[in-house]
Structure formats: C-alpha cells, structure tokens
Design a protein around this ligand. Structure first.
Ligand code: TXA
Ligand code: MG
Length: 315
C-alpha cells in the first residue's frame, strides 16, 4: 500500500477498498481526510481505532454534490432556505450541521441526532466520491489531537505503509473547513475557517460565533492540532536562554538568529500563511528543537481561523 498517485485506476482501487469497509486517505482542498463508508458502522469503527479518536467526537460526511444532502438529513424549511443561500460556498471548505436522517448510523455522528456534511471541491475527492458512490466519513488523517496533514507524505508519516493514500498534491487551503451549525435559529460557527464569519454574514445576515469549548463540536477541544515540541506566540516570549529555538514568521525577516526559520509569507498574506502553517509546524517538530515560536495576526477574516488553531496547538 502506501502512497498512490491519483490516477483513474488508483481512484477505482481506492473505491474498491472503501466499498469493502476499509479505510483510504484522500486529498481535499483543506486537509487530507481518512475516509470510510459513512453508512457502514464497522468501517466507521476503524477510523476511530486508527486515529485513537474519542468516540464522542462526530465525523464529517463528504458528498460529491449538494443534491445528495437531502437523503442524509431531515432539514426543516428554514434550514433548507439557509442551505440554498450557502450554495455559493459549495463545493468548498464549508461543513454544515443539520438534523440527520435515519439512514445515517449513530456511529458516524457519535450518537448525535445531527450530521456534519461537506462537499469538497478537490478534483480527486470529487472523482473518488463519484466513483465509490457512497457518502464518505472523513476526519483529518492524523492521530487525534495532532496536526492535520496537508500532503500525502504527512499522512504516511502519521499512519505508515499499511494505509492506501491517494496523492492529490498539497492541500491548497491548508486549514480544516469552517463548521457551521444550522440547528439554531441563528446559524453558528463552531469552527472558524477559510470561509470566514464576514463572508457568511454577508450571505446569511446574522451569524453567531462561539470560541468556548463546546460539547457540540468536540473537535473544538482546547488541546488540538499540536506538535510535540513546545510552541508559543513570539510576542509572549521575552527572553530565550540556551534553548534551541525555531521561528515561523508571517512576513520577511532579515538575519534571524534562530536555529531554524520558516517564512510563510513575505508580506503577511494570510492565505499563504494558512496554506503553509501545518507543514511548517510538522517540519519544525521534526527538527529536534526545544521551542517553536510563531507570529500572530489580527483575529479577523482568515486570521480568526489561524489564531484559533494556534491557540489550540499551544494548549
Ligand atoms: O476540512 C475538513 O473539515 C477536514 C476534511 C478532511 O474534510 N475534515 C476534518 O474533520 O477536519 P475532523 O473530524 O478533523 O473535524 C470535524 C469537526 C470536529 O470539530 C467535529 O466535532 C465537528 O466537525 N462535527 C462533526 N459532526 C458534528 C455534529 N454533528 N455536530 C457538531 N459538530 C460536529
Ligand atoms: Mg481533525
């Protein structure tokens, strides 16, 4: 097994593996996912076991088109109307929470009567979803609480040679999808992402945003996305003595004295920062450092998602 280029033949192979109740890692435009048949409880259990994911943390179900949402949900009129408006972001980096239909096993939703749904735009994910002709549950393809993978290589480093990994190149966006709950009257962001609060407000009017740890979105646990090496915001550390320190900057820096320096963007372009952040955290984590320092940015637009992930990574 291991890494396979996403040819039509290999996508067919991946579909076979999924249809027989086994796992495949698939590329998406956000991060790589660890996919299984969302309607097969035995396959779902394999995801939880391999990721060491708490069984209380529900999975996102991936579909190839918005037309398929109806079958898996029991949306009311208001929710259907909201969903219609959200279609400008679909396919894309948006996950919506709706009441689930009977068809969806509780194993997939961690016992919740709601379901998280996303239609990824990545062409390989699209082709796989169409070929397999099943809804695919897919959390990020990393061990629970660790940094999400944005390349096939990251997935291999995490889970080894036994897993069938479809290689679709580096994930273009680099941060997990925005999770938006439509269960309340006012749509609520449970996890910020590249589809920002501002973008959603423009389309839906009122949208709420909660930064508290929520039992409804257990993925929003306080410690998440974390490297093994100690991580801190650069602005919070005043003096570094005798520590092998790495630095992830969001803009060009002249002559830094750090053991390792990764510059994610020359000019604080937050799209570039998002795209490269997880790969940088992994690279720093493998560099035998004592401390990783990282820049911060304004908590606005994509900056909200970047700071959210970094705060959780710091713990
Ligand atoms: O970009 C992404 O969303 C990636 C790619 C692979 O699609 N997937 C991903 O999955 O990040 P995961 O499992 O790492 O994160 C899923 C998030 C968690 O925060 C989880 O708690 C939340 O979605 N979630 C899933 N089902 C939910 C539900 N029924 N109610 C509330 N939150 C839910
Ligand atoms: Mg995850």
């Amino acid at each position: 097994m291991a890494i396979y280029p996403a040819t039509t033949e290999n996508i067919k192979k991946a579909a076979k593996i999924l249809q027989t109740g086994n796992l495949v890692a698939m590329p998406t435009e956000t991060v790589y996912g660890l996919a299984a048949d969302a309607l097969n409880p035995a396959a779902i259990k394999k995801i939880y076991a391999l990721k060491k994911r708490p069984v209380t943390n529900p999975l996102i179900v991936h579909l190839h088109s918005a037309e398929q949402i109806e079958e898996l949900t029991e949306a009311n009129k208001q929710q259907i109307k909201t969903l219609e408006r959200l279609k400008i972001f679909i396919p894309g980096a948006l996950t919506v929470i709706l009441p689930k239909s009977k068809k969806v096993p509780l194993d997939t939703t961690a016992g919740n009567q709601s379901i998280a749904i996303r239609i990824p735009s990545h062409p390989v994910a699209q082709e796989l979803l169409k070929t397999v002709n099943l809804p695919l549950a897919a959390p990020s393809a990393n061990l629970s609480t660790k940094v999400s993978p944005t390349s096939a290589r990251h997935v291999l480093d995490e889970f080894g040679e036994d897993l069938f990994i479809l290689d679709g190149g580096s994930s273009e966006l680099g941060l997990e999808s925005t999770v938006l709950s439509l269960l309340e009257d006012i749509p609520k962001i449970l996890r910020p992402g590249i589809i920002t609060l501002e973008m959603l407000q423009e389309v839906l009017g009122q949208v709420s945003f909660t930064t508290t740890t929520s039992t409804h979105s257990p993925g929003q646990m306080n410690l998440h996305y974390s490297p093994k090496t100690k991580l801190a915001f650069k602005k919070d550390i005043s003096e570094i003595t005798n520590l092998k320190t790495g630095y992830i900057s969001f803009s060009k820096q002249e002559n830094t004295s750090y053991v390792k320096h990764i510059c994610l963007s020359e000019n604080s372009d937050l799209q570039q920062v998002s795209a490269g952040l997880y790969a940088a955290l992994r690279e720093m984590d493998n560099a035998g450092l004592d401390l990783i320092l990282v820049d911060d940015c304004e908590e606005k637009g994509i900056g909200k998602a970047i700071i959210d992930r970094l705060k959780r990574a710091i713990g």
